[in-house]
Design a protein around this ligand. Structure first.
Ligand code: FEO
Length: 188
């Protein structure tokens, strides 16, 4: 569901809940309906927090490639994805969203270039197919960026989902394949 619709629905529910509470107490303090609504209003933020927490990505040592500089960059990428996820879930405004998106795209390109340089300098045999994966990902992101200008809200949600899945799978799969090779070359 779109963020604007969700925010509207939630606001409407809260207003209606307060109206029900107010009217409910007119029928007596022992009327259970307003108390039930108060309980719902107390529990609602806890449920919302649990549901949204699942949408954020977290670093896990199983994602480590055993090279500190790369792990640091991967962690920064996850943190930038979470910034973008924040803009998807909360009414942060267009400028926050654009900045989060631009920082993530720029840093992803920066990281790819650094990683490719490291693989190339050390003669990693699977350098070309790895680089090709990076290029295909950037090409897909560029398509998203074009459609973002026509449909901000719908695109940023889809793009965030794509980036989360792609990056986690890439780090845990393709990136880890160079780990032992580069470590054997003395890269730490
Ligand atoms: Fe860490 Fe191949 O990207």
């Amino acid at each position: 569901m779109r963020k604007s619709l969700q925010t509207f629905g939630l606001s409407l529910f809260i207003v209606l809940a307060f109206i029900v509470i107010g009217i409910g107490f007119l029928f007596g303090i022992d009327n259970p309906v307003p108390w039930i609504m108060i309980a719902v209003l107390i529990v609602l933020p806890v449920i919302h927090k649990k549901m949204t927490a699942r949408k954020f990505v977290a670093w896990d040592d199983s994602l480590s490639v055993g090279i500190q500089v790369i792990d640091d960059e991967h962690q920064k990428l996850l943190s930038l994805i979470n910034n973008l996820q924040t803009s998807v879930l909360y009414p942060t405004g267009e400028s926050f969203e654009r900045q989060a998106l631009s920082e993530l795209v720029d840093y992803t390109k920066y990281h790819f270039e650094r990683e490719e340089k490291l693989m190339q300098e050390n003669g990693y045999p699977d350098y070309e197919p790895h680089k090709q994966q990076h290029e295909e990902m950037i090409a897909k992101v560029n398509v998203f960026l074009q459609s973002y200008e026509n449909d901000r809200e719908g695109t940023v949600d889809e793009l965030t989902g794509f980036l989360k899945t792609w990056l986690i799978n890439h780090i845990a799969g393709t990136d880890q394949k160079y780990s032992q090779f580069l470590r054997d070359k003395g890269v730490r």
